[in-house]
Design a protein around this ligand. Structure first.
Ligand code: PRP
Ligand code: ZN
Ligand code: MG
Length: 224
């Protein structure tokens, strides 16, 4: 890879992808996303766009492998907490909340389960892809519980007998409804955020970042 080019990590496909492609396009960063390659070279700027799993983006920034990243705050916060617990580097610079990719991380229980607040989850098994955020919330509530980590398909865990309840992302609520679950507590609200790696960066790259940020501000203001 060419180190003189600015590296931007974005989600390859998922909640944030389309709007992030559109945002970069509206900032005048042209690149071809019609192929399956991991790296898309911008055709008009010294920029490489890395299309990766969203969960990998915070680490790529915190390890200084990419210069910029567009990521959901839920994933960012989870990775930060995980790294702090492990004593690993978790630094990044927050540049901008982008106003899209809104979702919430919520607790949900089977429709037929009685629920009178977080205490109802005492000693239960809760499936989630966000163990740190879940633990922080239930610790604050003083509720002991067991965690069951699943990286996907969390919503089927209660029916499959893997867990009593879940903690997962909700946007429309359709996934919960389709799985006979009801949302009880919102524990974290999230949207897309632009972040930069911590530490020194070449002046040319910083100028390019500043230019992109100015354009993003312009694009977002025009939409207001
Ligand atoms: C999340 C979550 C549900 C879905 C909920 O997954 O795991 O599957 O969105 O959305 P709904 O309320 O509109 O039905 P998603 O694949 O978007 O997130 P991820 O890429 O982080 O797994
Ligand atoms: Zn994901
Ligand atoms: Mg999902």
């Amino acid at each position: 890879m060419d180190n003189s080019r600015l590296r931007i990590a974005i989600q390859k496909s998922g909640r944030l992808s389309e709007k992030t492609y559109a945002l970069l396009a509206s900032c005048g960063v042209k690149f071809n996303v019609h192929d399956q390659r991991l790296i898309a070279h911008s055709t008009n700027q010294p920029i490489d766009v890395l299309r990766v799993r969203d969960d990998d983006i915070p680490g790529l920034i915190m390890d200084g492998v990419c210069d910029l990243g567009v990521i959901g705050e839920n994933v960012l916060e989870e990775e930060t907490m995980m790294r702090e617990r492990a004593g690993e580097p978790s630094e990044f610079v927050s540049l901008k909340q982008l106003g899209y990719g809104g979702c919430r991380l919520s607790l949900a229980v089977p429709n037929e389960m009685e629920y009178e607040g977080p205490q109802s989850l005492k000693n239960m098994r809760i499936a989630t892809s966000y163990p740190e955020l879940l633990r922080r919330y239930l610790n604050e509530q003083g509720v002991q519980f067991q965690s069951c980590f699943l990286s996907g398909s969390v919503e089927v865990a209660p029916r499959a007998g893997l867990a009593d309840a879940i903690c997962d992302l909700v946007s429309t609520g359709a996934t919960l409804e389709a799985n006979g679950l009801r949302e009880t507590d919102v524990i974290f609200r999230s949207q897309a955020r632009l972040i930069q790696r911590a530490g020194s960066i070449e002046p040319e790259k910083q100028q390019l970042i500043d230019k992109i940020l100015t354009r993003i501000n312009g694009v977002m203001q025009a939409k207001e």
